[in-house]
Design a protein around this ligand. Sequence first.
Ligand SMILES: CC(C)(COP(=O)(O)OP(=O)(O)OC[C@H]1O[C@@H](n2cnc3c(N)ncnc32)[C@H](O)[C@@H]1OP(=O)(O)O)[C@@H](O)C(=O)NCCC(=O)NCCS
Length: 420
Amino acid sequence: MSPNEATNNMAAYKFWKTQPVPKFDGKDDIQQGPIKIIDPDETPKDPYPLLDGFEWVTLDLTEDNNVVELYNLLSTHYVEDGEGEFRLNYSPAFLRWALTSPGWQKEWHVGVRASKSKKLTAFISGVPTKIRAHDQTVQVVEINFLCIHKKLRSKRLAPLLIKEITRRCYLKGIYQAVYTAAVVLPTPIASYRYFHRPLNWLKLYEAGFAFLPLNSTTGRQVAKYHLPRNTSIPGLRALRESDLDALQHLLEQYLARFDVSPKFTKDEIRHWLFHEEKKGVEQVVWSYVVEDAQTQKLTDFFSFYSLESSVTSHSKHDKIRTAYLYYYASAFSSTEDGLEARLEILINDALIVAKKADFDVFNALNLQDNALFLEKLRFMNGSGELNYYLFNYRMPPVRDAQEKNLPLMGRRGGVGIVLV
Ligand SMILES: CC(C)(COP(=O)(O)OP(=O)(O)OC[C@H]1O[C@@H](n2cnc3c(N)ncnc32)[C@H](O)[C@@H]1OP(=O)(O)O)[C@@H](O)C(=O)NCCC(=O)NCCS
């Protein structure tokens, strides 16, 4: 269902219609800012009552056993594709990375346990950050990893988890949030689709992720997605810690293109984008920069993160290794024509790096400037959708810079935030 089809259907959202989120009809006063002014004194000091037989728990993700408990819940009950053939499999290292970003609060790692068995049966999390929405900076919490055990579904536990984390954020003085969901809720600020670029087409085919077009052969498909062995841009190299100041500057300039973007501090850039080689530490994020040989300045940057999918159907493969396009930037953004050509070779190099690192597929949404290169770099149109939301904040509509997935030269807009 698209947001348009859902128009005027607020009444169907029994929980969301009670929350400070924009209505579908867009008739709210569109002056930008909070929808409801929160009085911290009116925020309940105790957790909301839970279903009988269950209790709240605050996970401590500095403890390995807590991370493993969360991993066990998510790896069996988190997001699946429509047919249930593939399920996202966030590794313990990924979960720790995603949930302990600068300023993280233990209280915002909210779980539900079965009182008797103490088994973790539901979870929701938040991490603090700042975003820019048009010309305003907003302190928000990024909500993620909402998950309920399959046996506890449809019991209205999701609204309780959302209310509980909202309460805990209000108590810390944060009244706005950003989140994404495949489902349509009141009311997306923008909606995007997933695109997939096969790196190992044969494996994807054998795992049931890619299909053989009627008029093609496996050999032709493999050839279609073949990539050169080596990257093409001179000066491309892995991000170093000494690059972080320059990278912050490059990213800030680039992200200004979008209506909504992160406002990264240097610590956040280090956390989200810099992988420090340490023995035994699993790599979650890959970041590369282009350094100009003459000026020694950084001209470009790309990053992707690693997230496996479990193959739940019978297949000779049980995992698909997926690279997800994350943040990127180019100093070539001052001219739209130059940018399009540059992004094409930059992201093609990202595909080559990912292929070398043994990923099977490279995923991207059609947000940021991705519409400028998705088709040319042979990304396939996927079936997944992702809607972006702001909680307790309204803003004039995000401009649709990628209508019909075609690049609209000279126009800027859209969402520049990528949530992991
Ligand atoms: C998403 C999930 C937690 C919902 O749980 P559920 O048991 O189906 O739903 P409940 O009966 O507890 O609650 C239903 C309410 O939650 C809302 N809801 C459902 N999914 C939601 C989501 N992803 N984000 C916010 N609200 C959501 C529904 O719209 C409904 O509210 P409404 O009456 O206003 O429409 C559960 O299906 C799940 O764990 N799925 C797998 C993981 C997943 O998809 N997580 C979400 C990632 S964005």
